[in-house]
Write a protein that binds this ligand. Structure first.
Ligand SMILES: Cc1cc2nc3c(=O)[nH]c(=O)nc-3n(C[C@H](O)[C@H](O)[C@H](O)COP(=O)(O)OP(=O)(O)OC[C@H]3O[C@@H](n4cnc5c(N)ncnc54)[C@H](O)[C@@H]3O)c2cc1C
Length: 514
């Protein structure tokens, strides 16, 4: 065989002989032996994994990272939207985190994003509680913003329960601060919980745990539950104890200037990863060139060109398995968090110069509706409101050339968190009117509406659900969102991403297939 025949045979004929429908194009696998990591999901968890991994490896460029995101945008449940003609952004997903959340704060420093100067949701002017029958004085979910008078009033009304509860909150927060922070990496979230002394707060529902420490049912339903409904869209029986305590955290709430999704954008941008938007991972199987093979469909392509495959040495699953529907049936997995259900939530924003009418709640009610209205669980709520809060928004309207375009109209911006869909008729009823067939929302002074439906907003506590033993559910396959069962928050996803990045960095890489 001459040299020409040899080159022809090795470059064209031999690969064709082994070709099959799942043939992996070389470009998908990278020409080098550099370890290849795929992150599935570009929410705060995926972003934090990528960002931290880049920080750890940037001097050596020793790991190649690709992020697959099924949506056209980054952020996942962190979603900041910019209403047309307004300089402001509105949070359709996660609204805030706490000043003591060290992982997010470190990420802010590393990316240069700034804290939002004034968070309207964190500092409501007046607050109230609707219990299905009457409007009452509201609990303050953020203990830090309570005055001595607020504390005294609670103790007068509920006896020793508020004091006991506050003690539990402080102790839980102290321990939560250390979670994922004591040792650089942890392989088991369950062991890490034991290590920091939080196990008992995740094994029981908030209701079970708090009743056990003799907090009175009244205090639970009138003070604690409205806060968990407002924060996690759930009643106490469906929430583990830890998030319920953190929901009333004694620390200041904060958010990102320009919108929380800026943090996700910046982390991914600075990490220099190969970002594949509109790319849904459908399956993780055994690899051909490397340990794992991903099957990916592109939203934008026609069916025939749609399915692609790519091989990786390690995978980070940075999305809840429930919603991602990634097929893992080929793999032999360690125990996975058996979250039995996620709650769905609707977030509706609307702008209007009008006040909310008390008649929406009850025809005989004649009071001013407060800026931040929490609710207790009541079967009579229709639609089932979890929180109704008011801030302001500026719009620039009708700015024609030659006009002074610095002029803004200021309107109220309402944010409604609800279990059921808020229809146009509900919005108009909130303003004390009835929607007539031929009219539009603008006829009722509603200038802007945005509806966001979250089918998998938060995991629901189930007493038979098992906690995920290991973060690494198969060799080099990490499941970030198993930890959501402990607490579902931006900070938790950030800490898990941090932890997985560190584990990957310290990995002794084996490039071959399993
Ligand atoms: C209404 C609401 C309010 C909230 N408020 C707060 C709050 O105030 N403070 C707080 O800390 N937390 C809050 N949370 C919770 C917080 O938003 C989440 O815990 C956190 O954002 C989860 O981030 P994540 O990256 O782990 O997951 P996600 O944000 O869910 O990201 C997963 C990503 O993976 C993508 N994906 C899914 N399947 C696939 C696939 N097969 N292939 C490729 N990509 C895929 C998704 O499109 C998504 O972008 C709130 C959540 C909701 C819904």
């Amino acid at each position: 065989m001459n040299l020409f025949d040899f080159i022809f045979l090795t470059t064209w004929l031999l690969p064709l002989a082994g070709a099959h429908e799942n043939q992996v194009p070389l470009a998908e696998n990278g020409p080098t032996t550099t370890p290849r990591v795929a992150i599935i999901g570009a929410g705060i968890g995926g972003a934090s994994t990528a960002f931290r991994l880049n920080e750890l490896t940037k001097l050596s460029s020793s790991i190649e990272v690709t992020i697959y995101e099924s949506e056209p945008n980054l952020g996942g449940r962190v979603k900041s939207i910019a209403p047309e003609n307004s300089p402001q952004v509105v949070e359709a997903g996660a609204t805030h985190f706490f000043t003591q959340d060290w992982c997010l704060r470190t990420a802010m420093e590393g990316t240069g994003v700034k804290e939002r100067r004034k968070d309207p949701l964190a500092l409501p002017k007046s607050s109230g509680l609707w219990d299905g029958k009457e409007l009452r004085t509201a609990p303050k979910c953020n203990g830090d913003s309570m005055s001595v008078w607020d504390h005294a009033r609670l103790i007068w009304k509920y006896g020793i329960s508020p004091w006991k509860f506050r003690k539990s909150v402080q102790s839980a927060l102290e321990k939560w601060k250390s979670f994922a922070g004591l040792i650089p990496t942890f392989g088991s979230a369950v062991k890490e919980l034991e290590q920091v002394g939080l196990s008992d707060l995740v094994l029981d529902s908030a209701e079970g745990y708090l009743k056990n420490i003799s907090i009175t049912p009244h205090f639970l339903t009138e003070v604690v539950q409205p806060c968990t409904r407002a924060q996690f869209s759930q009643n106490l029986e469906n929430e583990p104890a830890l998030p319920a305590l953190v929901a009333v955290a004694a620390s200041k709430a904060t958010s990102i200037e320009g919108g929380n999704s800026r943090l996700v954008d910046r982390m991914i941008q600075l990490s220099g990863v190969n970002l594949q938007l509109n790319s849904r991972v459908t399956r993780i199987g055994h690899g051909y060139h490397r340990r794992y093979r991903l099957s990916i469909v592109r939203n934008s392509l026609k069916d025939s060109q749609n399915l692609r495959h790519a091989d990786f040495d390690a995978i980070v699953l940075a999305t809840p398995l429930w919603s991602s529907k990634v097929d893992l049936s080929d793999l032999h997995l360690q125990s996975i968090a058996s979250i039995s259900q996620y709650v769905e939530t609707h977030v509706t924003h609307f702008a209007t110069p009008a006040n909310i009418s008390p008649k929406f709640f009850d025809h005989s009610l004649n009071v001013t509706i407060p800026d931040d209205l929490l609710t207790t669980a009541s079967p009579s709520h229709d639609p089932d409101l979890l929180r109704l809060s008011r801030s302001t928004i500026r719009f620039r309207r009708g700015c024609l050339p030659g006009n002074d375009c610095r002029q803004f109209d200021t309107e109220y911006l309402y944010r409604v968190l609800s279990r059921s869909l808020i229809k146009d008729g509900d919005l108009v009823r909130m303003l004390g009117q009835q929607l007539e067939g031929e009219y539009e929302l603008s006829d009722y002074n509603i200038s802007w509406v945005h509806r966001q439906f979250w089918p998998h907003a938060f995991p629901q506590y189930g007493k038979d659900d098992g906690l995920q033993e290991k973060v690494e559910i198969a060799p080099n396959l990490f499941y970030l969102n198993g930890a959501e069962e402990i607490i579902s928050s931006m900070e938790m996803s950030c800490r898990m991403g941090d932890n997985i990045a560190m584990t990957l960095y310290m990995q002794d890489w084996d490039h071959g297939p399993a």
